[in-house]
Design a binder for this molecule. Structure first.
Ligand code: FAD
Ligand code: DHB
Length: 389
């Protein structure tokens, strides 16, 4: 088989890239290791930047997102019983949209099913070849058969545990990592959200986040030790701990119910440089991970897709390879700013084991600064709603 672009990974990065390319008449084949049901079963991010929504519109897949997504003009940061509302609208003139990653992925798959674009599920042993030539190819196994796709370019959209990144030689690849000494225990429940905006709560018992998917579907997280297991947290224990970390009025208003999903995610900052090697381009979690505190994981995957899509379109339409040659540089410039913001939010809002009294005073001083200084709020808001591409 031959195509123009092979996309390894059918998560949000790979699917969004495939739809954008298809709109411009560039053919792509998506190779996904899992089944579609498995990919759609993952509960992950929930907050979309305007840049992400614009890309979904450009890809022609934003009809439901525009109808069902919730526009949020602000979010609340709470510190024990002190609260600061960050007014995105007043500070930046911009907003975010609450719409789950599961729904984004479903919309992208539905759109892809209506087109001729091929998505091949349940592939294994994906290997990339001849990346430093202009005739790269990909081999994989499907149903016991070994298959090959020749192409012009390969997009590695296969997440943190994918194979693409490791094709960049060790002598060239540089990895930067920070692992945090805690995780997030998250639950989804069919209950009304406790507040109409997200609440990011820092407390001496640890961080908590109140989020939502719709008027009767809430998403809550609490910071927990990495040694905890989701199965050993009963729903009652979760709700009890959440109540102790959020503002008193929210604790009183909280409607609880059975969880329909419960899982623990570790927190990590990770960047792999460069994001391009010959004809291979890395996008999204394949190249970088952020701790979820700033809601940036999915959004920074989208900015990579933006730069790569623009570069490939320029190459095919005008024969100009400038965009793809500068892909890594451009994508990484934004990635590092997003890393800074996610690290800042994580450091500000979590309780760290072995935190010194000095560290605690620094958090308190930063909070006072945020409360009192409008430009500090503005900096936070500019980053939260999304830096320009
Ligand atoms: P992925 O979504 O990881 O997709 C990669 C795809 O590639 C997967 O479908 C995988 O099956 C496939 N794949 C992997 N290896 C291969 C292979 N060898 N061959 C073929 N296919 C392969 N972000 C937030 O902003 N907020 C959150 O609350 C949040 N929660 C998260 C919770 C968890 C448990 C995780 C893992 C991530 C979370 N994120 C969150 C991050 C966000 O979900 C990711 O940034 C986003 O999914 C990145 O999209 P992606 O397409 O780059 O990677
Ligand atoms: C959600 C997750 C986040 O990491 C975040 O910062 C905001 C919202 C969510 O799952 O709704």
């Amino acid at each position: 088989m031959r195509t123009q672009v092979v996309i390894v990974g059918g998560g949000p990065s790979g699917l969004l890239l495939s739809q954008l390319l298809m709109k411009d008449g560039i053919e792509a084949v998506v190779l996904e290791r899992q089944t579609k049901a498995h990919v759609l079963g993952r509960i992950r991010a929930g907050v979309l930047e305007m840049g992400f929504v614009d890309l979904m519109r450009e890809a022609g897949v934003a009809e439901r997102l525009d109808r069902e997504g919730f526009v949020h003009d602000g979010a609340v940061l709470s510190f024990d019983n002190d609260q600061v509302r960050i007014d995105f609208g007043a500070l930046t003139g911009r907003h975010v949209t609450v719409y789950g990653q599961t729904e984004v992925t479903r919309d992208l798959y539905d759109a892809r099913d209506r087109t001729v674009g091929r998505t091949i599920f349940e592939v294994s042993d994906v290997e990339l070849h001849d990346l430093e030539t202009d005739k790269p190819f990909v081999t994989y196994r499907k149903g016991g058969e070994e298959l090959r796709i020749d192409c012009d370019f390969i997009a590695g959209c296969d997440g943190f545990h994918g194979v693409s990144r490791k094709n960049i030689p060790d002598t060239v690849r540089r990895e930067f990592e920070k692992v945090y000494p805690f995780g997030w225990l998250g639950i989804l429940s069919e209950t009304p959200p406790v507040h109409d905006e997200l609440i990011y709560a820092s407390s001496s018992r640890g961080f908590a986040l109140c989020s939502m998917r719709n008027a009767n579907l809430s998403r809550y997280y609490i910071q927990c030790p990495l040694s905890d297991k989701a199965e050993t947290w009963s729903d009652d224990a979760f709700w009890g701990e959440l109540r102790l970390r959020i503002p008193a009025e929210a604790a009183e208003a909280l409607v609880t119910g059975p969880s329909i999903e419960k899982s623990i995610a570790p927190l990590r900052s990770f960047v792999s440089e460069p994001m391009r090697w010959g004809r291979l381009f890395l996008c999204g979690d394949a190249a970088h991970i952020v701790p979820p505190t700033g809601a940036k994981g999915l959004n920074s995957a989208a900015s990579d897709v933006f730069y790569l899509h623009r570069g490939l379109t320029r190459y095919y339409a005008e024969g100009d390879s400038g965009g793809i040659e500068r892909y890594s540089e451009k994508a990484l410039a934004r990635v590092w700013k997003t890393q800074r913001f996610s690290w800042y939010m994580t450091t500000l809002l979590h309780h760290f084991p072995n935190q010194s009294d000095f560290d605690i005073r620094m958090q308190e001083a930063e909070i006072a600064h945020l409360r009192e200084v409008r430009t500090a709020q503005e900096t936070l808001a500019i980053n939260y709603v999304g830096l320009p591409y």
